[in-house]
Structures are given as structure tokens and as C-alpha cells.
Design a binder for this molecule. Structure first.
Ligand code: NDP
Length: 445
């Protein structure tokens, strides 16, 4: 594969789309051996067809705030690849959202969804709308305006959006309400729905549980567990709270959480009472990081920094892309970190990943480690199709099995001669082979 030429062509077509180009480069670099061993992929132009989204929709979203002021945001949906199943991927509402970020996320989603073993293609969407500080009614009006455009493009067998940054249960409710009205059908077109109207038990905590199960599998290869380990998390959103709960349940001590303005270090560790306190603040749309340090006075707030300077055994970044850089990785390694499991998508920069690899750290990339969310979304779709709801235990057992299967696929495809498991390579190769072979079977479309 002519990696540099493919990247140069892609850059020419997508100038300045830094995150998208970064994600494509990371994947293609690890596929070089696989592609050269399988000339049929190059002959069928699989790589060129895989790195370009099937289609991209951008649209205007006009809405009125509580003071009757009109706002205009931009909405997006990127349908990347549907070779193995309908497009599937979350919606992100955050002021930083642009096409580069959504294309990187949609591209990653192809491999992640393939790894889940479920029939799900890759997509992503969102808006540069900022839900922070908005009233429930403003959020509702924005979601309704967004769905007025999106609904024609999605459907239970076509494209199934879910949550991501800034989109949780409340937003999915408002989006689904409008979808249902326009489409005049009650089907599984969105996931992350409320349990009373088609949602799956465990979906809210699935990504956080999954990233913890994946770390548990990695630790097992060294004969280790979470028991007694000091764990650092970043963020405290959809992903981080599930991780905090599961790590604590497995005997680990979560000593950090963070927000955009800094992090909390709590040497006593989170417990159920503290997690409930944080969730209450979060539900009422308030800042959570600083108030935590006022309520629990042993904890300290460190302004303007990431938590990676704290000594920890296991790091689980759960906030956003490129939040852990080379210096952070070096500090973590110096402080004895043994395992990094990515809850967020692409939270570690390529240079940080190099540091983990050189030091033979157990490093689980997001597309494998955080696939639990979309996996349970897939299980939600199955339950919707069957018009049945599974128990909490059943969904959790399936989630654990899926995370264990993803880990096995990484080990099978990523083990190097000295026995070290290159998880990013294993995840990319396993995810890619299934999609590439499906594309071959289906001809040039
Ligand atoms: P949320 O919006 O629920 O949470 C994000 C958290 O990170 C919030 O606590 C937020 O703080 C904090 N945060 C945001 N930006 C920064 C920053 N620059 N520095 C430090 N903290 C920051 O999002 P999710 O939990 O849904 O998503 C987090 C990550 O996980 C994303 O990368 C997403 O793509 C990925 N992911 C999510 C899945 C899901 O099921 N939701 C599935 C798989 C991956 P504040 O609220 O104060 O802004």
C-alpha cells in the first residue's frame, strides 16, 4: 500500500481536517502488512473506498431561545460505511464540532462496530450547538429543529444515531419524540432511549462498564485485577460515571475526575455517595468538578490541568480527543502506570501512544475498549426488533462476552513475536478484515 501517496491525496481533498487525517493515518499504518498479504483488497480499491465517507449531510438548524432570540447552528450526519450493517454512531453536540471531527469519529466507528461482532456499519453526526447553560425547553426546541432535517435520512434499517458528548438520555428523548411524530412510527431508529419506551437496561452505563471490562481482560493477561489499584479517570460524563461505578465495584480506587477547567484529586477515592452527588449535579446541568471539592474537603481542585500528573496504576481517559499527550504519557509511565484503557475516542495523541508502546504498557485503543456503548446499542436494536426487553443481568452478561471477544480478537491479530500485544494493530486488523471482505463480496458500489 502506498501510504504516503494515499495520505497526500486525502489531504488534498480534505485540507486542514486534522483529526480525520490523524485517524486515517493511524489505521492505515497498522494495516500495511495485512493489505500487502491480501492483494485482492488493493485490486478492488478497498482502501480508497473505505477512507471516504459514503455521504455527508450538512444542514442549517434555526431555533428560538427563551428570550425569543433566533440562533442558527450547523447540523451534520456522516454516513461512512454500511458494508456489514446499517450506519450506526452517535450524535455530538458541542461548540467544537466540525466536519473533521465527525469524519474522524465516523471512520473509527466502522472498525469499532465491526469488532462488536454485531451487524453495524459506521456513521456519526452532531452539531456545533452548545447545550451548556441552556434550559430544557431550549434543548427541546434545538433537538426538534435538528430532527426536522435529519429524520428523512435515518431509519431502523438505514441509519441509527445515538448519544455522544452533549447528547444523553434527555436529548435522545427530544430527538426521538420529533422523529416519531414525523415518521409516524415507533421503531428502534435511535438508541439510548428511555427504558419505558424501547430503551435497553445498562445502555447509559454500557460504555463505562465496557471500558472497565476491557481493562480487566488486559490485566488478566498479566495475572492482575482491579483490586487495590489506583485509577485515574478524566471527564465525568456518560462514559466516565459508568467506569467510576464499575471500577469501584471491582475493588479499584478512582482518585481523579475532570472537566474542561481542571481536575479533582480525591485521595480517598470515589464511592457510591460521591458518584450520586456528581450525578445529581450533572442532571441539573451544573458544573460538577469544583463543587465536588467544596462538598468533600479532602479532595482538591487543580485548575487548568489534566489528571495525568497524578500517580496511578491504571488510566482511563473518558473526556475527549487528544486530551493525553506525549509529556502526559511520559509522566504516567514514570509514575508506574501499567494499563491505559481509552473510554473516549482518540484521547491519546499518536506520540503518547508511541510512549506506551515503547514501554510495553497495556494500552487498549478506544475503538476496542469503548465499544461497549455501541454494542449495547446493538442489543437495544435487537430488543426493539423482537419487541422484547432483556433483564439487566442478561444485557450485562452479553456486554461482558462482547468485550471479552473483542479482547480475544485484538490478541489474535495483534500479538508480536516477543508476546507483546499490540492492541491498536489487533483492533484495526480484526475490524478491517470483516468490513473489507464484505466490500469485496458486494462489488464496487
Ligand atoms: P459527555 O459530554 O457526557 O462527557 C464528557 C466529559 O468530559 C464531561 O465531563 C466534560 O465536562 C468533560 N470534558 C469535555 N471536554 C473536556 C476537555 N477538553 N478537558 C477535560 N474534560 C472535558 O460525553 P461522553 O461521556 O458521551 O463522551 C466522552 C468521550 O467518550 C467522547 O470522546 C465520546 O466520543 C466517547 N464515547 C462516548 C460513548 C457514549 O456512549 N456516550 C461511546 C463511545 C465513546 P463538561 O460536561 O463540564 O463539559
Amino acid at each position: 500500500m502506498q501510504l504516503e501517496k494515499i495520505m497526500a491525496d486525502l489531504e488534498k481533498k480534505n485540507p486542514g481536517e486534522v483529526e480525520y487525517l490523524q485517524a486515517v493515518h493511524e489505521v492505515l499504518e497498522s494495516l500495511e502488512d495485512t493489505v500487502s498479504e491480501n492483494p485482492q483488497f488493493e485490486e478492488a480499491g478497498i482502501i480508497e473506498r473505505l477512507i471516504d465517507p459514503d455521504r455527508v449531510l450538512t444542514f442549517k438548524v434555526s431555533w428560538v431561545d427563551d428570550n425569543n432570540k433566533v440562533h442558527v447552528n450547523r447540523g451534520f450526519r456522516v454516513q461512512f460505511n454500511n458494508a456489514i450493517g446499517p450506519y450506526k454512531g452517535g450524535l455530538r453536540f458541542h461548540p467544537s464540532v466540525n466536519l473533521s471531527i465527525l469524519k474522524f469519529l465516523g471512520f473509527e466507528q466502522i472498525f469499532k462496530n465491526s469488532l462488536t461482532t454485531l451487524p453495524l456499519g459506521g456513521g456519526k453526526g452532531g452539531s456545533d450547538f452548545n447545550p451548556k447553560g441552556k434550559s430544557d425547553n431550549e434543548i427541546m426546541r434545538f433537538c426538534q429543529a435538528y430532527m426536522l432535517e435529519l429524520w428523512k435520512l435515518i431509519g431502523p434499517d438505514t441509519d441509527i444515531p445515538a448519544g455522544d458528548i452533549g447528547v444523553g438520555g434527555r436529548e435522545i428523548g427530544f430527538l426521538y419524540g420529533m422523529y416519531k411524530k414525523l415518521a409516524r412510527e415507533h421503531v428502534g431508529t435511535l438508541t439510548g432511549k428511555g427504558v419505558n419506551w424501547g430503551g435497553s437496561l445498562i445502555r447509559p452505563e454500557a460504555t463505562g462498564f465496557g471500558v472497565t471490562y476491557f481493562a480487566q481482560e488486559m490485566l488478566k493477561t498479566k495475572g492482575e485485577t482491579f483490586e487495590g489499584k489506583v485509577v485515574g479517570l478524566s471527564g465525568f460524563g456518560n462514559v466516565a460515571w459508568g467506569a467510576a461505578q464499575k471500577v469501584t465495584e471491582l475493588g479499584g480506587k478512582v482518585v481523579t475526575i475532570s472537566g474542561p477547567d481542571g481536575y479533582i484529586y480525591d485521595p480517598d477515592g470515589l464511592d457510591d455517595e460521591k458518584i450520586d452527588f456528581l450525578l445529581e449535579l450533572r442532571a441539573s446541568n451544573q458544573d460538577i468538578v469544583k463543587p465536588y471539592s467544596y462538598e468533600f474537603t479532602n479532595a482538591k481542585f487543580v485548575e487548568g490541568k489534566h489528571p495525568w500528573e497524578v500517580k496511578m496504576d491504571i488510566a482511563i481517559p473518558c473526556a475527549t480527543q487528544n486530551e493525553l499527550n506525549k509529556e502526559d504519557a511520559e509522566t504516567l509511565v514514570k509514575n508506574g502506570v501499567s494499563c491505559v484503557s481509552e473510554g473516549a475516542n482518540m484521547p491519546c495523541t499518536p506520540e503518547a501512544i508511541d510512549v506506551f508502546m515503547e514501554n510495553k504498557i497495556l494500552y487498549g485503543p478506544g475503538k476496542a475498549a469503548n465499544a461497549g456503548g455501541v454494542a449495547v446499542s446493538g442489543l437495544e436494536m435487537t430488543q426493539n426488533s423482537m419487541k422484547l426487553g432483556w433483564s439487566r443481568e442478561e444485557v450485562d452478561a452479553r456486554l461482558q462476552q462482547i468485550m471479552s471477544d473483542i479482547h480475544t480478537a485484538c490478541v489474535e491479530n495483534g500479538t508480536e513475536e516477543d508476546g507483546f500485544v499490540n492492541y491498536p494493530k489487533g483492533a484495526n486488523v480484526a475490524g478491517f478484515l470483516k468490513v473489507a471482505n464484505a466490500m469485496l463480496d458486494q462489488g464496487v458500489v
